[in-house]
Design a protein around this ligand. Structure first.
Ligand SMILES: Cc1ncc(COP(=O)(O)O)c(C=O)c1O
Length: 430
């Protein structure tokens, strides 16, 4: 789709636009991965996660700097080499037929990508919108919901700042009340987390904001259960899925949430500036657009996408990221990411002074985790890793979570993790 000269000519009705031939995308890597993937057969994802031959093919799909070891996939994950190629080709194609593309083709092509994305996410194309990131997706919802003075929004102190700030702005503008709960996450069971939310709901609570996977430590929260409980009490739920989207294996409807936002440039490896917004069909009409719109009916999610001239090449390239993720399988990706986390965490957690800030049980974490060292500031640890060993991570200095966030990805090799383990050993034993 979207990438061959034949498709291009079909799209333009065979018009000679003076454009040079668009060479077929080099998806040989995706084909190679598909073949390797088929070779694995039906072995369980946990077994596939340990098949270094298979993951070698994935590692080869990326072109990464050899100057440092990147263990910070939480901000954004690179595109594969073929993804970068697809982006260049889509950019070139649009630039050869600039306004023609925008006036005659972009609408249809965005609908095609949206359709593809909806299939990938497990929902209807009428319920999703391509945005630029989680911040845009969830600001649309938070700023657009009907909340009046005194209505309560409930969220944990560990939520991502952009969403907290949106609710704080609603409090300043509209007089809503933000009820912020403190949950010592790591030491609290899923049942107790759900209880904590339930106990904090009052007659005035209208909405809960909850991260599926926290950005501080990678802990997975029981969002499905929180949604069930909240719905029983007449409360809507917004899920911040910035880190769980294509990191763990689920379809959006599995969560049973009302609103959902994620960044496709994080774990999915789509181009920077691609996000997804999902709104349960019967809730769309309740959300006011953030950018004024008179083009769509109130129950059409496209009313929320009126951002002006759009970065079309980036949006088209989502198709390539979907293809790449499908060629691996999200179940295998989840298993590999968890395997990589377990690989380093099981060793590092034994070193003197190490404090794991992430629960290790399978349901409560995956590839992203946080490790601190007693009496050592997060920035000291992070600087040591980078300055001495050229290992790049990020310092997390939250009240109850202090450490380095370690986020390997499907392109990370075990050899790289061994360098990290050795560096941590050296620090802890010196
Ligand atoms: C939990 C969470 N939500 C939202 C965001 C914001 O993502 P973006 O900047 O892509 O909008 C992040 C970014 O790291 C995040 O970790």
């Amino acid at each position: 789709m979207l990438d061959s000269r034949r498709t291009f000519l079909k799209r333009t009705g065979g018009m000679a636009l003076g454009a040079a031939a668009f060479p077929k995308l080099d998806l040989s890597r995706a084909d190679e991965i598909r073949t390797a993937s088929e070779k694995l057969g039906n072995i369980p994802p946990e077994a596939a996660a340990r098949d270094e031959d298979f993951w070698y093919h994935i590692q080869k799909a990326y072109r990464l700097s050899p100057k440092f070891i990147n263990l910070e996939s939480g901000y954004f994950s690179p595109q594969t080499y073929s993804g970068v190629e697809a982006l260049c080709k889509n950019t070139q194609m649009i630039n050869e037929i600039p306004s023609f593309y925008m006036r005659r083709m972009q609408g249809k092509e965005r609908r095609e990508v949206t359709q593809l994305l909806a299939g990938f996410a497990g929902c209807s194309p009428e319920e999703i919108l391509i945005t630029r990131n989680t911040t845009e997706s969830l600001n649309n919802v938070i700023m657009g919901m009907e909340l009046k003075k005194g209505d309560e929004a409930l969220w944990g102190s560990f939520e991502y700042p952009s969403m907290k700030e949106a609710f704080i702005q609603r409090a300043a503008r509209d007089g809503i009340v933000n009820k912020i709960i403190e949950i010592p996450l790591i030491s609290t069971s899923n049942e107790d987390i759900i209880k904590k939310y339930r106990k904090s709901i009052t007659a005035k609570t209208k909405v809960i904001l909850v991260s599926h996977m926290t950005y501080l430590s990678g802990q997975i929260l029981p969002v499905r259960e929180i949604c069930n409980m909240a719905h029983e009490m007449g409360v809507e739920v917004i899920v911040d899925a910035a880190h769980s989207w294509t990191h763990i294996d689920y379809r959006i409807p599995d969560l049973d949430c009302d609103y959902y936002g994620a960044s496709m440039h994080k774990w999915m490896g789509s181009p920077l500036g691609t996000g997804i917004l999902y709104i349960r069909r019967n809730k769309i009409k309740n959300i006011w657009p953030l950018f004024g719109d008179m083009n769509y009916d109130s129950d059409n999610i496209n009313k929320l996408g009126h951002i002006g001239t759009r970065p079309c090449a980036i949006e088209l390239t989502i198709a390539d990221a979907i293809k790449f993720n499908n060629s691996i399988g999200i179940d295998r990706k989840e298993a590999r990411l968890r395997y990589l986390k377990d690989y380093w965490a099981e060793k590092v957690s034994e070193f003197p002074g190490v404090i794991m800030n992430t629960p290790m049980d399978k349901e409560r974490s995956c590839g992203l985790a946080n490790a601190g060292i007693k009496d050592i500031s997060p920035s000291e640890l992070v600087n040591y890793l980078y300055n001495k060993h050229k290992i790049f991570t990020v310092a997390i200095n939250a009240p109850d979570i202090k450490g380095a966030r370690i986020a390997p990805n499907i392109y990370t090799t075990l050899k790289e993790l061994d360098v990290f383990i050795d560096a941590m050993r050296e620090f802890c034993y010196s």
